[in-house]
Design a protein around this ligand. Structure first.
Ligand code: IMP
Ligand code: MG
Length: 177
């Protein structure tokens, strides 16, 4: 497909920006002076980029390392099995880790990620998700920091994709799946 399709807006870029400022203050107040940020690629890279700059405005200057996990194939349904596609470079032992993801859906990805980091000796692991779809949860899990609670729609933009598309939208939109 070529050209621009209209993707209906669910959360505007201004709403996202304002919410991230609040989240950063909350994270800083809870986590204190020392933490390590671990964004889960790929979907969280846009959120993570804005979040670390909002954190910097609160005075937090924390190390960051990415992990790439996959539980989805080409479509929009979770396969249920989470695998490491690209691992962290930095050791996490002894760190208070902030795991950052775009969206908390079934909960499988962040549950598995948290277990992996605790096994490697992280002192604590807190979860931060820009979006939360509580109605989709398969494993009991709550994030420590959530941007927006959303209904069960397939969301794209601001880093989130559907079959590899729409990551570059500056807002969160919805697609039919
Ligand atoms: P979970 O393991 O089911 O919680 O899945 C979390 C991951 O699934 C997210 O990090 C996203 O990559 C992907 N995902 C879940 N829902 C959506 C959505 O509505 N749009 C885009 N990606 C989604
Ligand atoms: Mg993801």
């Amino acid at each position: 497909m070529t050209g621009r399709e209209e993707i209906p807006v669910r959360i505007s870029s201004a709403e996202i920006a304002a919410r991230i400022e609040d989240m950063a203050r909350d994270i800083r107040a809870t986590m204190g002076d020392q933490a390590m940020i671990v964004p889960v690629l790929t979907g969280s890279f846009v959120f993570a980029a804005d979040l670390i700059r909002a954190l910097a405005r609160t005075g937090a200057d924390w190390p960051l390392d990415f992990i790439t996990l996959s539980s989805y194939g080409q479509g929009s349904e979770s396969s249920g099995k989470v695998r490491i596609v690209r691992d962290l470079v930095m050791p996490v032992a002894g760190h208070d880790v902030l795991l950052v993801d775009d969206i908390l859906d079934t909960g499988r990805t962040l549950t598995a990620a948290r277990e992996m980091l605790l096994e490697r000796g992280a002192r604590s692991v807190r979860l931060c998700a820009l979006l939360d779809k509580p109605s989709r949860r398969v494993v009991a899990l709550e994030a420590d920091f959530v941007g927006f609670s959303v209904p069960n729609e397939f969301l794209v933009g601001y880093g989130l994709d559907h079959a590899g598309r729409h990551r570059g939208l500056s807002y969160i939109g919805v697609v039919e799946t």
